[in-house]
Design a protein. Sequence first.
Length: 156
Amino acid sequence: MGHLGFSYIGLLWLAMLFVPNLYWVKRQPTGYTAAGESRLLAALERIGEAGVTCCALVFSDFNLRPLSPRSLWLALSLVLMMAYECWWVRYFRSGRTLRDFYRPLLGVPVAGATLPVLAFLALGIYGRVVWMVLAALVLGVGHIGIHLQHRREIEG
């Protein structure tokens, strides 16, 4: 279920998530608008964001421990977050169009939404924190759903 306590790994993952997003606020794709997004998906996204953020910080189960087979989940989570950072670098170096924003990375569709969701899901499995797993799933439905909706709109 999870042990209450500060998670430095959770804080690091959140920094890897929030820093490029804050940079993006002033470098959004040309023509981007949140108008027309599903209210249900937006609500699920917000609930998932709040849950993932809280869980990442308040459960010490995500911190490093002696190596075990379970450590592979943490390694996977790290690889997914590093791929997410690479996705941002590619986006910021591009022409910053909607197509650039929603294109896949390494075969992962809508990678800007999918990679961090999968990273936090893997982190939840690593820490055996069911609340993180549930929050990541809710976030995934909302966040990935919204990105797929936008991608469909630009593909016509």
